[in-house]
Write a protein that binds this ligand. Structure first.
Ligand code: UD1
Length: 418
């Protein structure tokens, strides 16, 4: 299947269990390397990016076996320290294997990672942190050749709270002699999930969720069993879809605290949102209003990953909403596609101004990245016609059963072939 067809105008009703978090499971899969044993990862979403991570693990000599939503990984047989370029290009998270392989083998070799095109995505913080921990990194051939006779703990100050650099450093530091302190660490829930996983393996890691993470390295580690947290961005996607289409949806097994900025914005837009510890219910009549400016920022701020989704939900709102994208330079590639559907959006640098329109029409559009692609589907749910979304491989990177879930809620949506 290579395109999604959506007929707009249907409300969404019903409930849904939210998939495991892509951005948790990927660093956790890299972290299994540290255990040198068997890890059971429960609530593991079926995603292209997870398949890519499994391919990397298998290439490195590890074994992986999926049964339902449980993935068992045995990293005892790790025998290589290199990752081929085509595997690195598949996704940005491939770079997190660097810290894990270094911690286990003291050597690693890989090219620069790929991933969504959101503007420049350097890895200088990752490399600077690994160098502080005693890694020699040769970048002269366009390939990262890394070696560390002995990793040793150190003080790392991130100039921005980078999610990936925090994770990479946590993993490398588990293999370093002594104490590592990460200052200005990212505070995302996925960092906390990674810490929980590392602790279950026997690692001494504390402070995740705050700006300071402390790791005592060189503890003996072992396999463990871990359930991945719910995907807050997938949850945000269904909430935005429900808000835009109208109806009442209930998301189960999701931590509402991870979504407070998104639910606050949707409440302001006119939705009724009720949360209990593990559920969020959203009721909408489909008539939304513009809201105060939405500025993306690191957690606990409004997530950049939900920017396109909320924008799509507000295309027919009454009034105007300003978006300011502060994390990535080029994260408005969905806008040109939304304009094809009749959206009124103007962009000036990092700012996008959405003026609500009375109607949208179906169109042929193309996903340019994961969340931007899902946003096109959210927009399609509100049109008076048929929308065909192409290049859905981007969407498949991060959503499991996306079309099936929306169809179960009442959307007229199918995955088709051109
Ligand atoms: C992660 C998420 C992604 C999310 C992003 C921001 C995963 C798999 N992906 O990506 O979905 O959109 O966090 O919440 O978890 N930067 C540098 N140098 C570096 C590293 C980052 O300049 O070495 C900059 C980036 O260009 C960006 C900002 O820091 O402007 C934040 O990036 P970062 O938090 O690292 O994002 P990712 O970990 O790539």
């Amino acid at each position: 299947m290579n395109q999604i067809q959506v007929e707009g105008g249907r409300p969404l009703n019903g409930d849904l269990v939210v998939q495991g978090a892509k951005n948790s499971v990927l660093p956790i899969l890299a972290a299994t390397i540290l255990s040198g044993g068997v890890c059971q990862i429960q609530h593991c979403p079926a995603l292209r990016d997870v398949d890519s991570a499994i391919r990397i693990l298998q290439y490195l000599g590890c074994r992986a076996h999926r049964e339902g939503d449980e993935l068992t990984v045995d990293t005892a047989g790790l025998s290589r320290c290199d990752i081929p370029e085509d595997m690195m290009r598949e996704m940005r998270s491939s770079v997190i294997f660097l810290g894990a392989i270094l911690a286990r083998l003291g050597r690693a070799e890989m090219s620069y990672p790929g991933g969504c095109e959101l503007g420049p995505r350097p890895i200088d913080f990752h490399l600077a942190a690994l160098r502080t921990l005693g890694t020699d990194i040769d970048e002269s051939t366009g390939v990262l050749r890394c070696s560390a006779a002995e990793l040793r703990g150190g003080e790392i100050l991130l100039s921005l709270p980078s999610v990936g650099a925090t994770e990479n450093t946590m993993l490398a530091a588990c293999g370093a002699e002594g104490t590592t302190v990460i200052h200005n660490a990212a505070r995302e829930p996925e960092i906390v999930d990674l810490q929980n996983f590392l602790q279950k393996m026997g690692a001494s890691v504390h402070g995740a969720g705050s700006s300071t993470v402390v790791i005592q390295g060189k503890r003996p580690l072992h396999g463990c069993c871990h359930r991945v947290i719910a995907d807050r961005i997938a949850a945000a996607t269904y909430l935005c879809a429900g808000a835009a289409a109208g109806g009442e949806i209930c998301l189960r097994q999701v931590d509402y605290r991870h979504l407070s900025t998104v639910t606050t914005a949707l409440s302001q837009a006119g939705c009724r949102v009720r949360s209990t510890s593990e559920e969020i219910t959203l009721q909408s009549d489909g008539h939304l209003r513009g809201i105060t400016p939405v500025r993306t920022s690191p957690y606990p701020g409004f997530p950049t990953d939900a920017q396109a989704l909320l924008m799509a939900a507000l295309l027919k709102s009454q009034g105007t909403t300003v978006f300011v994208e502060n994390i990535f330079e080029s994260r408005y590639r969905h806008v040109a596609e939304l304009q094809r559907m009749g959206a009124d959006i103007r962009i000036e640098g990092r700012v996008a101004v959405v003026c609500g329109v009375s109607s949208l029409h179906g169109a042929m559009v193309q996903a340019s990245d994961l969340r931007g692609g899902a946003a096109l589907v959210v927009a399609g749910l509100q049109t008076g016609g048929t929308t065909l979304v192409g290049h859905i491989q981007h969407i498949q990177r991060g959503y499991s059963d996306f079309v099936e879930n929306l169809a179960r809620l009442g959307a007229h949506i199918t995955a088709t072939n051109t």
